[in-house]
Structures are given as C-alpha cells and as structure tokens.
Design a binder for this molecule. Structure first.
Ligand SMILES: [Fe+2]
Length: 265
C-alpha cells in the first residue's frame, strides 16, 4: 500500500496552501527523491541528525517538517557541514522532504491554538490579519478570572510539560494579566501589535535583550518558554491531518527523538 505523490502533495496543499507562505520562506518540497508513491511518512519539527536517523531506522520515504532545510539558495553541498550532510543523507536514503512553515503558522488551528487552549484562554481572536480578515501570525485570548504573570508561568509549565525555570520572563511576576497574545516560534516582531491589541502579555520564542527592554518600556510582559516548546505540537497536529488524508494508504509516524536543544541546570 502506498499514497501517490499527487494525492499527498495536493492533500498537503489543502492542509496549508503554499500560496500563503511569506516571501522569505521556503516551504514545500525541499528534497524530491523522484519516487511517485510513498509508504511511510515521518513528521518532525525539524530535519536534523536525530530525526533523519529516525527516518532511516523506520524506513520512512517521506518526511514532513515545520522548518525548511534551507532558506537561501544552496551554493555548495559539503559533507563537513551539518546541512550539507542532511541533504546528502536524504538523497542517499531516497527520502523526500516537505516543509510546512509559514503556511502552517497562518492557520487558526495550529500551535498558537494548542497553546492558547493549554493555558485556558477564552475568546480567541487573530493577533494580526491580512486585508481580508484572514489570520496572519498569532492569536489573542483573555482570562475571565484574576491571573498574574506568575500564574501564567505555571499554566505554561503544565501545558508544555516543562520546568517553570525553563520559561524566561520579562515583567513583574505580580503583574495582572487579562489579555494574552501568543505567537509560536520567533515572534518578537509582534510586541507592538500585541500591545496595540490591548494585551498585557506576549508569549513567544527567541526573545532577546533589546526586545525585553522594548517590552518593558511599552508596558507589556513577555514570556519565552522556548521556540521548540512553543512549536512541538506541530507534530501531533500534522500527524492527525495526514492520517485522515492517507487513510490506509500510508503509515504516518510522529518523531519521538527530537528535544529542546537548550538545557537548564
Ligand atoms: Fe519555528
């Protein structure tokens, strides 16, 4: 049993259209092995040394990942370079690679939604939209009861199954939090958008020093539980959709080996 390349690619296009990707993104078929049908699909957040070895071990012939393997034109492929090695290994092992990055981010029912549900937000709305009112990046939601920044840290810790100490906080722990914005991945470009939407807090990944200072001056709290933790739900969300698409025609597997590259002692 196998799923045809045509059915798989058109199904992926229906899940999240490549037409919606940002100009700088490189979603879509990053590596095309030339196979016309696929038996085993592995879903991972990234293609890296661990997830690729997993794909080889389980004999997957197609990988679906969130982050593209390359964004800029490839001018050389070298074994000594980790990205070059991944490209060579994917080709050697006849594995096609498909990335669903910003088209997935723009879905409403994506990792933003999972996180908003996980920490108990209500009245969920788009943080940013295109000119037609369609979700761009991020969601907002509100708490009806009295919640502090410290409370949200514990809610996030529980929802993401991580230690509270993994969550970087900018803001007073006793700050009252009513409205919250969530942008999965690296969303510190949206600090002002969140404030203008009346949010007391933005939860996103990869927040840097100057962005934390900017948030403080603006009067908005920031929480950074880590890029990986914000987006790891991609795997389950895509496995669910691909399983419906493929039915009995292909085996859909979740990567089990990927973990946050950052450790806290
Ligand atoms: Fe990301």
């Amino acid at each position: 049993m196998s799923i045809s390349k045509l059915k798989l690619l058109s199904g992926l296009e229906k899940i999240a259209s490549l037409k919606t990707q940002e100009e700088w993104d490189n979603s879509g078929l990053n590596i095309d092995s030339g196979k016309e049908s696929f038996e085993k699909i592995l879903v991972a957040l990234d293609v890296d040394k661990l997830s690729l070895q997993e794909a080889i071990d389980v004999k997957a012939d197609f990988m679906v990942v969130h982050h593209p393997l390359f964004f800029n034109p490839v001018t050389s492929i070298r074994e000594a370079d980790p990205t070059g090695r991944l490209i060579l290994e994917l080709i050697k092992n006849n594995i096609s690679l498909y990335a669903l990055h910003t088209p997935f981010d723009k879905l409403v029912n994506n990792t933003d939604w999972t996180q908003a549900q996980g920490i108990g937000l209500k009245d969920i709305e788009n943080l940013t939209e295109n000119n037609f009112g369609v979700k761009h990046f991020g969601l907002t939601g509100v708490y009806s009861d009295n919640v502090t920044l410290k409370d949200v840290i514990y809610k996030l810790s529980e929802a993401m199954d991580i230690e509270p100490s993994k969550i970087k906080a900018a803001g007073d722990f006793d700050s009252s939090i009513k409205k919250v914005a969530i942008v999965s991945g690296a969303g510190s470009d949206f600090i002002l958008d969140a404030k203008l939407k009346g949010c007391d807090l933005l939860i996103t990944g990869d927040i840097k020093y100057h962005e934390a200072c900017y948030g403080r001056d603006l009067g908005i709290c920031l929480l950074d539980p880590g890029h990986f933790n914000l987006e790891k739900a991609f795997v389950d969300l895509m496995v669910e959709r691909l399983s419906i698409l493929a039915g009995e025609e292909a085996v859909i597997l979740s990567s089990r080996v990927q973990k946050d590259p950052f450790n806290i002692l």
